[in-house]
Design a protein around this ligand. Structure first.
Ligand code: HEC
Ligand code: HEC
Length: 421
């Protein structure tokens, strides 16, 4: 080797070592690789058993649930179904800042994708199972705006529903006698529905609430099938775990890799957005400004009280669980400053389809979200757990780019995306 060739060879080695080129960006330490593996969809465990719902994994129940999910007859004005707000084509959300049913709902619609993995439901966790959650909107005057006696009667009067109900549960009790079962009756805030409910015999109330809880259990069996599929991020992690440099390069740009580094590093996002669904299923105060001064702003502090008092909770008379299966409910933290203004960490999968963001849809774009985390404003209610990140414009851009790689197809057959035939 001549002197010149030698100098060139030496220089290029020096450049390769010193310059942080793309090849450098592709390397992950063993510790980082194990974090990436934990976020990877391949780490998603089997669905947890729901012992409070004995038909949770029953195929017939899922079919009935799918019908109910899309059926607008189960509403006060016959125009609202679960699918009105959880639209399959919008990532099972609705694209609105605040939901709109029979009236204006003060919260943003979250996705239902992968929620079967969560021990708590709603932004404030005021429900502890997917089936008891489903019973909330059906009797909410601003959502479905119906009552449980109406729902029991609709099931009874429809041959197909009656047949499938009886094949899954037991005999569907006759609720047509209006002197025992008023057309509109439920233990809700509406004074008329409430009075009609209170006037019913306890045994008849039990009959109706049993049917109502079974409606929820069938819907939950359907919702359990709505599971996320691999995103571009997951394909990238697979390539990293296989040491496949060429595929990594094809899948992720340098900006996206930089964003991922920030997500698991300086941005500290994985403190709360961890595991393959990018959520710790816990409640945190991030200091978002509420739109109004509604009592619901106390978040988890109120939610944990509601779930304890809920007749449809894991320990209640309509649950199929043994007391020993209800650990989450029994050992839930009931008070503490950190519960005030805290909301459930949402999944970050499919963000591209579920804008706007946050429990009141306060932030309309991912740019607004990363900018919000960068500033971490002081909370108006309780105390924010966040600290300002002080990231540069380029870093914020990369973080956003990374978040956009988390969109993927669902792991569900197309037949589940619309009403069953
Ligand atoms: C009018 C719109 C609307 C309708 C109709 C509606 N939802 Fe929702 N859904 C929402 C909103 C808004 C929230 C969040 C409310 C809150 O946290 O206070 C929500 C929350 C949920 C959650 C909790 C997700 C989580 O991560 O905690 C599930 C599951 C869900 N809905 C399923 C259903 C089912 C099943 C039905 C039909 C029985 C239904 N929804 C009907 C708007 C709607
Ligand atoms: C202390 C826990 C915590 C940390 C740290 C955290 N988040 Fe969040 N994140 C939450 C909670 C809680 C919400 C919902 C807040 C609400 O609506 O009140 C949320 C909401 C979001 C949303 C909106 C999702 C939706 O569907 O509405 C995005 C996007 C997001 N976070 C991204 C990030 C990124 C990026 C980082 C890192 C820079 C981060 N988060 C750090 C807890 C956290």
């Amino acid at each position: 080797m001549g002197r010149i060739e030698f100098a060139i060879a030496f220089l290029s080695i020096l450049i390769a070592v010193v310059a942080p080129g793309p090849s450098h960006a592709q390397t992950w330490t063993a510790a980082e690789r194990s974090i990436l593996r934990s976020l990877w969809i391949g780490s998603l465990p089997q669905l947890p058993k729901d012992s409070s719902n004995q038909v949770a994994d029953n195929t017939e129940a899922a079919k009935l649930g799918q019908k109910l999910f899309f059926d607008m007859r189960f509403s006060g004005n016959k125009k609202i179904a679960c699918s009105s707000c959880h639209k399959p084509e919008k990532g099972f959300a609705d694209g609105l800042p605040l939901a709109q049913g029979m009236g204006a709902v003060p919260r943003h619609t979250p996705t239902i994708i992968g929620t079967a993995y969560s021990p708590w439901f709603f932004w404030d966790g005021r429900k502890d199972s997917q089936w008891s959650q489903a019973l909330g909107p059906m009797e909410s005057p601003v959502e479905h705006g119906g009552t449980r006696t109406e729902f029991a009667k609709i099931l009874y009067s429809n041959q197909a529903y009656r047949k499938s109900y009886e094949a899954i549960f037991d005999e569907l009790r006759d609720t047509t006698d209006e002197s025992r079962f008023p057309n509109i009756a439920a233990p809700i805030d509406d004074p008329q529905s409430r009075a009609a409910w209170d006037a019913m015999k306890e045994g008849d109330r039990q009959i109706v609430s049993r049917i109502y809880s079974n409606i929820g259990k069938a819907i939950a069996a359907y919702e359990r099938l709505i599971i996320p599929g691999p995103s571009r991020f997951d394909q990238y992690v697979e390539a990293v775990l296989n040491g496949d440099q060429a595929t990594q390069k094809e899948l992720f740009t340098d900006d996206e890799i930089g964003g991922l580094r920030l997500f698991i590093g300086k941005g500290n996002c994985i403190e709360c957005h961890n595991g393959p669904l990018f959520t710790n299923n816990d409640f945190h105060n991030t200091g978002l400004t509420p739109r109004t001064d509604a009592p619901g702003n106390s978040g988890r502090a109120a939610g944990v009280k509601s779930v304890q008092a809920d007749e449809f909770n894991c320990l209640g008379p309509f649950s199929d669980a043994e007391d020993a299966d209800c650990g989450e409910l029994k050992f839930a933290k009931l008070s503490g400053a950190e519960l005030i203004g805290s909301f459930k960490t949402p999944t970050l999968r499919n963000l591209g389809k579920t804008a706007p963001y946050m429990h009141e849809g306060q932030l309309s774009t991912l740019s607004a979200v990363v900018d919000f985390y960068n500033r971490a404003p002081k909370a108006k209610i309780g105390r924010s757990e966040l600290k300002p990140l002080r990231l540069t414009e380029t870093e914020l851009f990369r973080l956003k780019r990374f978040l956009m790689t988390l969109d993927g197809p669902l792991m569900v057959p197309q037949a589940l995306m619309s009403p069953p035939r």
